[in-house]
Design a protein around this ligand. Structure first.
Ligand code: LLP
Length: 465
């Protein structure tokens, strides 16, 4: 990968430079490659021909070779952000900080393998994510299971694999775990997971809802009192009492997650302050939630500032020597990825409608959360034609970017939308029978498929009649 950003503390401070209106193409002179705003993956730039380059790979060639739509992920970006988290923990002077990747953000095996190699932990929110995390090579002791509606099978799997932590969400789950680790019929005969009998108790956390709201979309806000997640603050003492009464469970501490895509640090501090009422514990897990820039005008706190703030709050309110867990998802993967589309049609009525070959099957975020994205023609950045970037799906809500500025787009153009590395592939679907895109990893000028494109035959694969 280009050495210009390999040291990385520097690149993780967002580049605030805006693109020039037109790429700097200066004939007859050495042409300066143009670096892009901080929404793009680390090291992304316009090459000497004004074409977007990602991980050293030309975006037009990527589109030609792998087809579109395609998720392009810059491998070194993922690695550097993982390292930035670990380094930030060290810089903040925390002796025992575990960085737990929230795999719901993106759970492809290659990406999980990379984070496992970098020494992260991983959180899974279902049996399927557990399966993927194990396939990615995470040792079970570095896995943590979440869920407000865990099934018996999911709890059994968590116990059988001896996960590092199970985060208990509700009283029914305490009862289920009591039965599974004890003599309960629920676990059923030979299928019983009798941990207590073997003298090894399952480490657990209790999830609390700290009654703290961050400024984010209501669908991804979780810390408020009326939440489907966790125990209310007033219920936590009873939950603690019940868990401590079960020999097969070892209560290590408390978990809370305020919400996602938070662009301010204050809610994390308030959550720690609230949780301090609950007592003294060897482990605290303050969840994930650090927001990212989807557009160049957004400037989220850096990883370093976020970790510094969380460590500081934990020190102030939760005690100097407890183990601290944080669960970043989006901030590890979002900006590492972009989506490439091909323009299929351009229609002018009240607006200019640019129809591309993907849409709400590969990026549901604009439709679910009114999320804003940027878009560019990959070889003509800096356009000024106001366009609506629309998907190919059969409904009017299928709009990827409501106010895109593109350079005279026409059929065949390749379009990039940055910041699709989190909750893009993870929430992809087959609406209108559209096959899901591949994931291509790029590094040092090489590109490789790590998840292949779905085929039409894949769409029938599960039919049994
Ligand atoms: N820990 C827990 C318990 C969570 O529920 C979540 C996210 C995270 C960690 C990771 O949060 P992050 O660092 O990624 O903000 N589909 C939505 C996001 C849903 C997030 C749900 N929980 C979106 O596309 O914005």
């Amino acid at each position: 990968m280009p050495g210009d950003w390999a040291g990385c503390a520097r690149v993780l401070t967002p580049l605030t430079r805006r693109l020039p209106k037109f790429p700097a193409i200066i004939t007859g002179m050495a042409i300066a490659e143009t670096s892009l705003s901080h929404v793009y993956p680390l090291g992304a730039r316009l090459n000497a021909h004004g074409v977007l380059e990602l991980g050293g790979c030309d975006a037009l060639q990527l589109a030609r070779e792998f087809g579109t739509p395609a998720y392009i992920v810059v491998e070194d970006d993922l690695r550097e952000r993982a390292r930035a988290y670990i380094a930030a923990g060290r810089a903040a002077g925390h002796e025992d900080l575990a960085v737990v990747y929230a795999s719901k953000a993106s759970a492809c095996t290659a990406l999980l393998r990379l984070f496992a190699q970098e020494g992260l932990w991983c959180d899974v929110a279902s049996g399927g994510e557990l399966h993927l995390a194990l396939a990615g090579g995470f040792p079970p002791e570095r896995l943590l299971m979440h869920g407000n509606a865990k099934s018996l099978d999911e709890l059994r799997a968590a116990l059988r694999h001896r996960l590092g932590l199970i985060v208990i969400d509700n009283f029914d789950e305490i009862e289920r775990l009591a039965l599974l680790v004890g003599e309960g019929e629920l676990a059923g005969g030979s299928d019983r997971v009798a941990r207590a009998a073997g003298g090894i108790a399952q480490p657990v956390l209790i999830r609390a809802t700290p009654d703290v709201r961050g400024d984010t979309h209501e669908k991804i806000s979780t810390g408020q009192a009326n939440s489907k997640f966790g125990f209310g603050m007033e219920e936590v003492p009873e939950a603690i009492r019940r868990v401590r009464a079960i020999a097969g469970l070892e209560l290590q501490g408390i978990h809370a997650h305020v919400g996602s895509q938070l662009l301010e640090l204050e809610p994390f501090r308030r959550a720690a302050q609230q949780l301090s009422q609950l007592g003294v514990f060897p482990t605290w897990d303050l969840g994930g939630g650090l927001g990212v820039a989807y557009t160049a005008s957004q400037h989220p706190p850096s990883i370093e500032d976020y970790v510094g703030a969380v460590v500081g709050a934990a020190r102030e309110y939760l005690g100097e020597h407890s183990r601290l867990l944080i669960e970043p998802g989006r901030s590890l993967t979002a900006n590492a990825g972009v989506t490439l589309y091909t323009v299929e049609s351009v229609k002018r009525n009240v607006s200019t409608w640019v129809g591309v070959d993907g849409g709400m099957s590969d990026n549901l975020r604009p439709m679910l959360y009114d999320a804003s994205y940027e878009a560019e023609v990959v070889d003509r950045f800096g356009g000024d034609t106001p366009c609506v970037l629309a998907g190919k799906h059969c409904e009017s809500g299928d709009v990827i970017v409501r106010e895109a500025l593109l350079d005279n787009p026409r059929p065949g153009d390749v379009i990039v939308t940055p910041v699709t590395g989190a909750y893009g592939h993870a929430m992809a679907n087959n609406y209108n029978g559209v096959p899901r895109p591949p994931i291509i990893f790029c590094s040092g000028g090489d590109a490789r498929v790590v998840v292949r494109r779905e085929s039409f035959d894949d769409l029938n694969l599960r039919d049994v009649a």
